[in-house]
Design a protein around this ligand. Structure first.
Ligand SMILES: C[S@@+](CC[C@H](N)C(=O)[O-])C[C@H]1O[C@@H](n2cnc3c(N)ncnc32)[C@H](O)[C@@H]1O
Length: 273
């Protein structure tokens, strides 16, 4: 388990950070990473007990990220990514997937978790031909995000806006929709929205109970949404086939076992016409 100091400074900042489980660190624990505190492991294990497929959800989400970025870079020709709710660095971060195909790709990462900020250096390892940047900002504040991203991204050229596992932390659906609208209004035709979002429609009864436990014991609070609410986020965009599906079912690789599993998290890609 790694040790780190909260950039919010001092012993009290660190004490606060270690007292409550944070999503970025628990997600890292489920993905098999090393950047979490004992409290994150305890909550992560409890959730695993309640909802044993949660680690599979996290892995399927990352595999979806990789397939979606590969599709957008390789098939569509996208060279700019705005990745909001980045998470702690892990294998196959967005810039690594994109720059393997197109080294000139430019990627801006955004998260508001102090632990992600501490580890952001690992996201700033761009190829010389491309660029990466990191913005410490809250998804509820798209204006700040867009202003910061404009230092690296050209908003006259298409951008893939990545919102993977982030709108579920914007509890009011109207607010979540307005964030999507504000960001997608800033990018030109030919841009894309890439989304993953937990749902109770898949994965059985345990999802709602698991989220209740999370909201009482961890931060930030989370919500699931159904497919009609997800469809609403894509209003005015063209859904890329196969549309709104569990993220493990979005263009799975032929031989992958995951193509047979449904996880309780939708994965969707849409194009701005
Ligand atoms: C479930 S993780 C997903 C990480 C990554 N996008 C992925 O798909 O693997 C959600 C991330 O969103 C971040 N996050 C949560 N609420 C946020 C907010 N209001 N603003 C910015 N980031 C937020 C968390 O810190 C965490 O890193």
């Amino acid at each position: 388990m790694s040790e780190y100091i909260s950039p919010s400074s001092g012993a009290s900042g660190q004490a606060a950070a270690t007292a409550v489980a944070h999503n970025a660190r628990v997600w890292n624990y489920w993905l098999g990473g090393k950047n979490y505190y004992p409290v994150d492991q305890q909550v992560g294990d409890h959730v695993l007990g309640m909802f044993p497929t949660i680690a599979e959800v996290a892995r399927a989400d990352r595999a979806f990220l990789s397939r979606a970025v590969t599709y957008l870079t390789g098939r569509v020709g996208i060279r700019q990514f705005l990745d909001i709710g980045t998470g702690l660095p892990t294998v196959d971060n967005t810039h690594e997937v994109a720059q393997r195909i197109a080294p000139e790709s430019r990627i801006v990462y955004v998260d508001n978790d102090p632990t992600v900020l501490v580890h952001a250096r690992a996201l700033l390892t761009s190829s010389p031909e491309g660029a990466t940047d990191y913005i410490d900002a809250d998804a509820h504040d798209p204006e700040t995000i867009l202003r910061g991203a404009a230092r690296t991204l050209d908003f006259d050229r298409p951008v893939a806006v990545m919102m993977l596992g982030i709108l579920n932390f914007v509890l009011e659906t109207d607010k979540a929709k307005s964030i999507v609208e504000q960001v997608m209004a800033a990018v030109p035709s030919g841009s894309y929205l890439v989304l993953t979002h937990p749902t109770f429609e898949v994965g059985g009864e345990g999802g709602a109970e698991m989220m209740r436990f999370w909201n009482e014991n961890a931060t930030p609070p989370i919500t699931g949404r159904d497919s009609s609410q997800i469809a609403d986020f894509f209003e005015g965009l063209e859904l890329v086939e196969p549309g709104i599906v569990p993220c493990s079912r979005w263009r799975p690789e032929q031989s992958a076992d995951e193509s047979e599993n449904e996880v309780a998290e939708f994965g969707v890609v849409g194009r701005k016409p």
